[in-house]
Write a protein that binds this ligand. Sequence first.
Ligand code: MG
Length: 288
Amino acid sequence: MRLYTIEADDIQYVAVENREKKPVTLESLGIRVKDMNELIVRYDELRDGIEKALSVNENAGMEAGKYRIKAPVPVPMQDIICLGVNYRAHIEETTDVLDFTKKADAVYFSKRVNMANDPDGIIPAYDLVDSLDYEAELGVILKKDAFDITAGEAAGHILGYTIINDVSARNLQFKHQQWYRGKSLDGYTPMGPCIVTADEIGDAHDLAIRCYVNDEKRQESNTGYMITTVEEAIAELSQGMTLKSGTIIATGTPGGVGMGMKPPVFLKKKDVVKCEIEGIGSLVNSVG
Ligand code: MG
């Protein structure tokens, strides 16, 4: 399934895509959930009912132009957990800033997301940021609590996948040693356009991932190049710490960020950043 949060007449709805690739609100299928967070937690309970209702309501899809696509999880339940330097090419391009070439273990940090930015939202250009950068990443959403699980058990905890642009203020990221503030400004987490459930994505570690700035290709890789896999990260993080249902993990960015260019090239107002992942879709955000 492809799960969306959409907005029509200023009201947000959770929706699922039908065979015609049109969103159908769960409400129109007689399934009531408050928001995507409730669907995430109750997904296993509601899935069969959604599929059945969808199959008998073929004409319930909303027409283009009647709705706007929002971030699938507009208000995440917790900070997003991020993997840092999880692609070899990104490690190698950033050695001038921080040398992670000898790292043996995954780098984890987090990102405050009071409100996720929409797939077509504006990334704010703040005066306090002189080095605005993009990071196309595969996002993972957990549907079940995970504690002390193995990598082999992790798949059963994954609801699905989305695209996250881990927008970063490099000057703030490194000024404060900890990366938290530089990653957490309002509008710095474009997400979407939907959640593709795990049963529909195929192999999450064989997806093309790309980023363009003003149509210039900056990042081009494959999720198969992740150093720590999705399942390994979930298993490791779950040792001694419960990953609650609704946890979102951003799995790191490939090479090609602005900071890694020689000389660095950062985003400026009116730039348009497009992040795309095979099988999920794309985020197209301008800087303003
Ligand atoms: Mg990142």
